[in-house]
Ligand binder design. Sequence first.
Ligand code: PEP
Ligand code: CO
Length: 443
Amino acid sequence: MQWNIDSYKNYKALQQPIYEDENKFNEIVNELKTYPPLIFAMEARELKNELAKACTGEAFLLQGGDCAESFDEFNANNIRDMFKLFLQMALILQFGGSKKVVKVARMAGQFAKPRSSDYEEKNGIKLPSYRGDIINSYEFSESARKADPIRMLKAYTQSSSTLNLLRAFSVGGLADLKQVHKWNLGFVRRPDIDNRYADLTARVTQAIDFLECCGITSENDARLKESKIYTSHEALLLPYEAALTRVDSLSGDYYDCSAHMLWIGERTRGLDDAHVHFLSGVKNPIGVKISSNANASDILALADKLNPQDEAGRLNIIIRMGAEKISNLDKIFKELAKENRKIVYSIDPMHGNTQSVNGYKTRKFDDILDEVKNFWHIARANNIIPGGVHFEMTGQNVTECLGGSVGVSESDLARRYETQCDPRLNADQALELAFLIAELMKQ
Ligand code: PEP
Ligand code: CO
């Protein structure tokens, strides 16, 4: 079928809310259609060019952020801390791995969540599941769990303010390499990570001083003081994504202007379903999550549909099989290597490693690391480039994932368990992982 902004409606769309008041829903979608785009199509093309370099191993994709952004946790400090964490991780990876790091945040739009069950039961009461703040509320009551279309407007506004601050941080001085020692989050509790980071910043400062002697300063070369961060989210709530999809006046192509990059989740990547159809028609870089349920032909069929011209930088396959099942990737990569498609392969070591401990949804640092390492080894053994990582993380000092050298224990979980959805790495754990990945990149 010919693609247009609304043609997805002819396909099966999984994980969509039911809005009771259709008139109100239509009114809000029509209003959203009049709002300015959040990104400019040229930026999405620039990201595509950067990701094209990740296909060939010249660059590396660092994607991460909250599992779900929330209306309650929306404040400047949280945005600043996530931005700083990105800068720190990118510095570690770029310095250690000697590759340009492309930063893509799960921010400024990461609100809609797919759920494994439509209902949640607590103390004998059964209510619709929480589907992310853009749809309903986390609170466990009948009214809170009703899908309310007005939330789409609030998500748009929050995304727009978040993006505004990210853009300000990118060019306003915070990202200046001369400020590298100020990117610390102030609570890193592990002296070894602290020392390693201090050592790294000292070396960066020395290099910057040397460049200054050669006449290259952040005053005359913006590359030393600016650091672009792109935005991304799961394009789950199709009416919202469609309302923000626009024709780019320069190219005449359609772009989903809710974020630079969009991805399709594991639960909605059906080849003939609405999400794949919708994203096949927009030109942004696209990610697809892949669990151990998929085989090589599933991935190739998705690539045929989403990237028929095999353009480098268009498609990111995000592997998330879990530490236990990542060995299945070997067979898949053996077949994909023969095809030699221009795909960025990255690893999400979060979503296949979720487990329940003392009633908390958590993940073990060791499982996360294990999956990353095995992804690397399997890729390398099959001549596939490990092109990036995809994490759920936060700049806050939460206790949601177990382990790491900071040693979050089972009894710590209750202390600062703040996620509304999946457990995130805290800043200590994320930095530790970045150091370990830089080692893998060096090998
Ligand atoms: C997510 O990234 O938060 C998510 C739900 O991932 P997946 O589709 O891989 O389960
Ligand atoms: Co998640």
